[in-house]
Write a protein that binds this ligand. Structure first.
Ligand SMILES: [Cu+2]
Length: 120
């Protein structure tokens, strides 16, 4: 009789431990990871596998010399709870790195980074 509540607790405890559906992983981005683009973007758009708590997400876009070029915090994208947009000011060619920290609607945190190259 004491085994039942314990196994129930274990079940409940692991219910959100499976990352496949419960965490926000980067699904796609624009500019795309690893891409080479000819004109600088006005913003970086990130699409995730899960809805986001955008006010708690953080994105840094670094220039080839390591200077942050994002001009504001991540912005929600209307009608797309799984997306955020970060305005950037890019004036020079080179390789830019996007470092993201996401908080999904279930409050779980994920992070990652990728690069794209501006090459007119
Ligand atoms: Cu989760």
């Amino acid at each position: 009789m004491r085994v039942l509540p314990l196994s129930l607790a274990v079940l409940l405890g692991t219910a959100c431990g499976f990352p496949a559906f419960a965490h926000a992983f980067l699904k796609q981005a624009n500019p795309a990871p690893g891409s080479r683009i000819t004109s600088p973007p006005a913003a970086v758009l990130l699409t995730y596998t899960e809805g986001l708590e955008v006010p708690f997400c953080k994105v840094t876009v670094k220039s080839p010399s390591g200077i942050a070029v994002q001009t504001a915090k991540p912005q929600p994208v209307s009608g797309h709870a799984d997306e955020l947009s970060v305005p950037v000011h890019i004036t020079a060619p080179g390789k830019y790195t996007v470092i993201w920290h996401a908080v999904s609607v279930d409050t779980h945190r994920t992070q990652g980074h990728f690069s794209f190259t501006v090459s007119p």
